[in-house]
Structures are given as C-alpha cells and as structure tokens.
Design a binder for this molecule. Structure first.
Ligand SMILES: Cc1ncc(COP(=O)(O)O)c(C=O)c1O
Length: 399
C-alpha cells in the first residue's frame, strides 16, 4: 500500500515535470542554435596559474579572477585549515540565530579598516550583498540611478526595491546629470555603478560621479568586485585609482576574486547603514552565515595586503608586460591598464576558434561574443595574475 502510494506521487510529479521539460526544450535548442551555450571545463587541481583538467591536460590558466594569486597561496590555505579545526565546518545557522563566530566580527572590522569605513557587513557573496542593499535602504519615495551596463547582481538588486528606477547610458556623465535632474523630486537619490566593468576593463568615471552626486545631493554606491585588493595605488579599489579614497558612500565587493578566491561578499559604509542592513537585509537574515574556512581565507588575504603592495606590484608588472607585448604583436586590447585584458577580435566565430586553439595549445582563455558583448566586438578575455611568471606571459603571447 505504502509502496503504491509513493509510486503514485512520483508518477504525478514526473508527469508535471515532463510538461515543464517540454516547454524548456525549445529554449535549450534556441540557446544552442544561437551559439551561446555555456559549457564547463572540469578542473581536477587547485585553482591557480597552472591547472589540470579532469582529462589530465595541463593548462596555463589566464581566465581566473585570482588577480593577486592568493587562491593557492600557502599562508591562505594554512589559515583555512586552522579555522576548520578551530571553528568547524559551518554554523548551521544564519548570523542572527547562532551563526556569528568571533572570526566573522574580526573580518568585518578588518574590511572596514581596509576601506576606511565605519562598519562592514558580510554576506555569502557579493551577489547576495547586491540583492539585499537597495530594497533595505530605499523606499518608494527614493530613486536609484544605475549605469546601463552594471553587473547582473546590481540589476537584480535594483529590481527588488520599490524606488523609482533610472538608467543612464554607460559612463555617460551628461546622461547621468539629466537623470539626476529628472529625479529631483525623490526623497533620496542613489547613483549605482560598477567600479570596473569586467567585459571591457573600463573604469567608472568616479571623480565626475562624485562631483555630480555633490551637486545634486545624491548617494554614491560602487560595486568594486573587479578592483578591491588590486586596483589603485594601494589596491583599495576604484576610489584609490582616482586618488579619492573615502569619497564613495557605499562600497560592495567580493571575497571571491582577488581576496583568496573562495566565497563571500560585503557592504562597507557608515555604521547606521550597516546596522539597518543587519536588521532588515533579507539575504543576510534568511541565509546561512559564511563558513569559517571562507572567513579565514578572506581574513588572511586581507592580512597579506592591508599594509603591503607586494602582490599588487607583481600584478602591475605582469599586466604592463602582457598589454605591451600584445600591442606590439598587433592586437587591440580594450580597457584602462587593468589586469582584465579583453583582446578584441570582432568576429564571434574567430574569437571562439581562437580560444579553442589556445586551449588546444594548453592556454586556458575564454571567448565572449554577442549578446554578452556588443555585436562585432567578440573578444578573448585574458586575466592576468600576480602569480603568473614573465615566462608564462611570454608563452601565452607567442601563441
Ligand atoms: C561586478 C560584480 N559584482 C558582483 C559579482 C558577484 O560576486 P560574487 O561572486 O561574490 O557573488 C560579480 C561576479 O562576477 C561581479 O563581477
């Protein structure tokens, strides 16, 4: 009887799922037909500049966000092992139930100190930080004015809030000003931008954004995922790049790229803002706290960079070397001297074939084409790390 009952339930569920699958099938076919199918190479080694694929093929890796080479740094890995022994695998809880361990608080303080802000709140990712911030801080009486090419997580975060939404043309300060004028009846206005746009390696014009924010009494928000730890004179991000440290009101960033490459995100700002996020931000309140291992990785990464530019110095040398060598070899590279080096090839098929050939030769790079980037601007996005050697870079350029 019990067996029959179970079988019935499964049969019903699978019939419903079958009809959903029937709806999905043409969508999957369309993705494949459009040439935008995303497949995954399976890696059987730690992340680093040298990786081994599950088929045994060894590769020089040029597409990780491991800008400072800390993902396989021995000190970082040891700190993670110690944290695992001392604090266990995870808290089985959100921060406000029983998920706040002393290392969470220490890391929040460290990040606030690094950015020169009053307080920091950790999330399990920057995607979660972006999903939680706009809805918490802004009401229907407010306005959010967002660069049209902002990261998907900002776009989704903004969608979740009730504020009036404006989009300004990518890095177009005249358009931003016109949107600020249009939104003048709002109680509060918040300008939201990526610090560095990862597809083009271009930088948001922060000095002008700050000037406009002051003129129109707006709040500034920067997502600095592709800048924190490795961009600007001391690696403090886009503010640091423009020599205007401390001028951005709210910074969101990730621990999943330059800062050890594990997982985690945060908002750092004035203490009232962080306090309200702790009280109301849904991805913070209704989700597990960050695992101790990930906290220890981010924390050790912070220790390694907070007073030292050792890794940053290597990254700058490597980036300049790669960009100069590629330009000399006749390639066009987009961006503002950032370790993301988009090599513009134009034709989508050419970019895919080029990347496939590089992978065959043992150099792991990825091609991007429309709709991820504009039509006829297909590219290979190379990402340089402090852990690459000059020989690694020369080897990649020669191919
Ligand atoms: C600009 C930007 N914001 C947010 C994120 C999300 O970061 P996380 O991986 O910590 O969720 C990314 C990651 O791709 C990003 O590039």
């Amino acid at each position: 009887m019990y067996k029959n009952f179970r079988r019935d339930i499964r049969w019903n569920i699978s019939r419903t799922l079958n009809s959903l699958a029937a709806y999905i099938e043409p969508e999957l076919a369309a993705i494949a037909q459009a040439g935008t199918w995303k497949s995954e190479h399976i890696i059987a080694s730690p992340q680093g500049t040298r990786i081994t694929l599950s088929n045994g093929k060894k590769m020089l890796n040029f597409c990780a966000n491991d800008y400072l080479g800390l993902a396989d740094n021995k000190d970082v890995i040891n700190a993670a092992k110690i944290a695992l022994d001392k604090y266990g695998a995870g808290s089985s809880s959100s921060r406000v139930i029983c998920g706040t361990q002393e290392i969470h608080v220490e890391l929040e303080e460290k990040i606030a100190r690094f950015h020169g802000k009053e307080d920091t709140i950790l999330y399990t990712s920057c995607f979660a930080a972006n999903a939680g911030i706009f809805n918490t801080l802004l009401t229907a009486d407010d306005a959010v004015i967002s660069d049209e090419l902002n990261h998907a997580s900002i776009i989704d975060g903004v969608r979740l809030c009730k504020a009036k939404k404006y989009r300004y043309k990518h890095r177009d300060m005249m358009d931003l000003e016109s949107k600020l004028q249009e939104s003048k009846s709002a109680r509060l206005r918040l300008i939201a931008t990526d610090g560095v746009f990862s597809m083009d390696a271009t930088v948001a014009p922060l000095p002008k954004i700050i000037e406009l924010a002051q003129k129109y009494n707006a709040i500034t928000f920067v997502d600095d995922c592709h800048a924190t730890g490795f961009f600007g004179k001391t690696g403090r991000g886009t503010e640091d790049y423009f020599g205007c440290l401390g001028s951005i009101d709210i910074i969101n960033s990730t621990l999943g790229k330059a800062l050890g490459g594990a997982i985690g995100g945060y908002t750092t700002s004035k203490k009232e803002i962080v306090s309200l996020l702790r009280q109301k931000s849904r991805p913070y309140l209704f989700s597990n706290s960050m695992p101790p291992v990930a906290i220890a990785i981010g924390s050790k990464a912070m220790d390694l960079i907070i007073d030292s530019t050792r890794f940053l110095d290597c990254l700058i040398i490597n980036t300049e070397h790669f960009r100069n060598a590629m330009i000399k070899a006749g390639f066009v590279i987009s961006g503002d001297n950032h370790p993301i080096c988009p090599i513009i090839l134009g034709d989508a098929k050419l970019a895919t074939t080029f990347a496939d050939k590089m992978i065959e030769k043992g150099i792991y790079v990825i091609a991007f084409s429309y709709p991820v980037v504009p039509k006829d601007e297909a590219r290979i996005r190379v990402q340089i790390s402090a852990a690459h050697s000059i020989e690694d870079i020369n080897h990649a350029v020669i191919f």
